[in-house]
Ligand binder design. Structure first.
Ligand code: C2O
Ligand code: CU
Ligand code: CU
Length: 459
């Protein structure tokens, strides 16, 4: 398995995916993110929404019904789409047999609305309701999902789209491409199986999905020749990192985790858990084409969707049509991401944390500096500081590290989730401008639950 992982990273553009050296990254970590207002004013309408979490049956292919937990019997959860500055008031009705919460992944909202049980709120008991109320800003492609235990791997997630008031790009179609993994049974904690070897351990997924559909029942995205299509790629999966490519087409990446970046045209994009990329695709190649999400850490059948030109005779991609971008071409790298919101300021960090990410050994714990949350020290910061975080991954697995409540600057881009590659290092800085207690964790659900988490605490 380790050999397989290494060779997958080395494949084609894979080498380009993680080209950063520590030295370069550290130099860049001193560039400061734009200071933002964390309590944006309501400038639009009040949007009232309800989400009912309950046990339901959903169809993941015509021959497969999945009995699981959903929002409103829909998997993924129904899209929430508002405009920047609207005020969202969402009543969550918990009809599950367990307590739950909803987290608004990526949105820098007030701490009490962040949805982390035991950190920002009491969990919502079965039969109870909770109202989340916040101003939707800034614009971007976000996720909402449960933040209790391993519930995310049952399907309690959905897309949250905050549209720009002044659109930056013109396009003809806007499609969501939600990548997920399919775990038919109850999610259980993983253990590495002992032996003391660092290994790659994942749950017994039975397939990978786009928009809740297995590859055998791939969703179809229609377009016509000459149109421009916006695809919002997002990964709310439990434990799968995907490389996404489209046969016959390149993608121009325009947003990373919802933040606008200088456009980059590439052949593939890697998304780990919690990441989002918005891409524009030009409809210049009539036919029917596979969009593939291939898993990076494991050998497993890929997720699939179809891009179909309605003005072409082809109704389905030919068998075995495989995007060239999965094995060659240009892969998006973290180095390619250049924020369009960079104000060009530079600042020294006031406080620095050096964090070693490790685990996956015999006991099954995943740790930050040897501590497994919740038996872990908070990371104390003061409002107004610029905080620098350096992470070193001493394991053979990918850790998509996610910070709540803030965007951080990594390299030249702003993100809220960043991949720390196996045995690699990544740094970021953020402006401590949103007081509260903010969860910071690996977005691999099983790593988070096994301890790879901390709380940034304003003191
Ligand atoms: Cu998607 Cu703690 O978050
Ligand atoms: Cu989050
Ligand atoms: Cu991890």
């Amino acid at each position: 398995m380790q050999g397989g992982l290494t060779s997958l990273f080395a494949l084609g553009g894979g080498a380009l995916l993680f080209p950063m050296t520590c030295a370069r990254q550290e130099a860049r970590a001193s560039v400061s993110p734009r200071r933002r207002s964390v309590t944006p004013r309501q400038t639009g309408q009040l949007v009232e929404i309800r989400r009912t979490a309950r046990v339901s049956n959903v169809e993941v292919s015509p021959s497969r019904v999945w009995r699981t937990w959903t929002y409103d019997d829909s998997f993924p959860g129904k899209e929430i789409r508002v405009r920047e500055g609207d005020r969202l008031r969402i009543t969550v009705d918990n009809q599950l047999p367990e307590e739950t919460t909803i987290h608004w992944h990526g949105v820098p909202l007030p701490n009490t609305m962040d949805g982390v049980p035991g950190v920002t709120q009491q969990p919502i008991e079965p039969g109870a309701q909770f109202v989340y109320d916040f101003v939707a800003a800034p614009s971007g492609t976000y996720l909402y999902h449960t933040h209790v235990g391993l519930q995310l791997d049952r399907g309690l997630s959905g897309p949250l789209i905050i549209e720009e008031r002044q659109p930056r790009y013109a396009y003809d179609r806007d499609y969501l491409v939600i990548l997920d993994d399919f775990l038919p049974g109850d999610p259980r904690p993983l253990s590495s199986g002992g032996g003391g070897m660092m290994s790659v351990v994942t749950p017994p997924y039975e397939g990978l999905m786009v928009n809740g559909r297995l590859a055998s029942a791939a969703p179809v995205f229609d377009l016509r020749r000459g149109e421009k299509v916006r695809l919002r790629l997002m990964n709310p999966s439990g434990a799968t990192t995907f490389r996404v490519a489209i046969a016959g087409h390149r993608m121009t990446v325009v947003y990373a985790d919802g933040r606008p970046i200088e456009p980059r045209t590439v052949d593939s994009v890697v998304l780990s858990m919690g990441e989002r990329y918005d891409v524009l695709v030009d409809g210049t190649n009539p036919g029917a084409w596979n969009l593939i999400g291939a898993p990076i850490e494991v050998q497993a059948p890929a997720a699939r969707a179809v891009l179909r030109y309605t003005d072409s005779a082809a109704v389905a991609p030919p068998d075995g049509q495989w995007p060239e971008g999965l094995t060659g071409g240009v892969a998006l790298s973290l180095d390619d991401l250049v924020s369009l919101e960079n104000q060009g300021e530079s600042a020294q960090s006031d406080r620095r944390f050096d964090l070693v990410l490790s685990g996956g050994m015999m006991g099954g714990a995943w740790t930050i500096n040897g501590q497994a949350y919740p038996n872990a020290d908070p990371l104390d910061i003061h409002e107004g500081e610029r905080v620098e975080v350096r992470m070193r991954n001493q394991s053979m697995m990918i850790h998509p590290m996610h910070l709540h409540g803030h965007f951080f600057r990594t390299g030249r881009a702003d993100k809220d989730t960043v991949i720390v590659p196996p045995m690699g290092s990544v740094a970021f800085t953020f402006a401590a401008d949103n007081p509260g207690r903010w969860f910071f964790h690996c977005h691999n659900l099983y790593h988070m639950e096994a301890g790879m988490a901390r709380v940034f605490r304003y003191v």
